[in-house]
Design a protein. Sequence first.
Lengths: 158, 148
Amino acid sequence: MSTANETKPVGIDPRGPRFGATITNVLSIVIFFFALDSDPINQSAAYLLLVLAAALFAVGAFFGTSSHPYAWLYKKLVRPRLGAPKELEDPRPPQFAQAVGLFVAAVGIVLQAVGVTYGVAIAAAALFVATTLQAYFAYCLGCQIYLALKRSGIIRAS
Amino acid sequence: MPLEVKLVLFVALALLTIAAGLIWKARSGSANSVKAGESVDLGKLKAVKDGAPVSQFGHKVTFVQFSTEVCAQCRQTARLLGEVEAKHKDVLHLEVDVTNRLELAAHFKVLQTPTTLVLDSTGRVRSRIGGAPKPNVIAQELEKLEVN
């Protein structure tokens, strides 16, 4: 019926990425509170957790969301309880969202490293907003910002 | 930073996020009518349907859906509009991938996907739907253009 995307990659369970977003959502809250703590040990913990989040985003962004550890958790723990999905989804939109997450986490890490006091907290807040919208409102970053970024030249045309 | 301040900051952030989510949900998928809309040039649109280039509009309504490769809601929208097309013989649904057609996206001022243009029988743009169209919005558009 539709003519776009003739070379569609293998579909994925659309609930997988939302499950992953829920975990990242909780993680972003933890990072946010640790980052704003006066105890330097907790601040360091926040920094390291943001590095961990960035590493996880990098897996999703470069190798696809199916190779993500959260996808494995989802397959092992959640999906058996839910049954088969009604329909499969294109894996490219969540992969783009992972790349955006990686960018945000990286900005936070760099800001903190160059001495911006709340760099990690700001990145955690941004991740919280994005993952809340994604997990609970079915907001799709690829739908909302990809074309605008591409048209403005921030993302290169492939 | 004291715990109270952190909690206040977090609650404010959470409330703003939820408000933004609710506003987005309410607005996304509604139709805005276009006054004196342009006539779409099928030659420039270069829509392809079932492997063949499209040279005619639907008898009463044509839905032109702009999509990209990284748009999850575009798939759902294509399914919905495909079902509407199958149900009404006067309706045509065209999906145009603008991932690599930025000039076309700029011409129609498409920033988010899916963006759907509702064309009348002459190919003139009558309404514009940003986001995944709500089924009742589609029903209203069909009614406006007298599709039974």
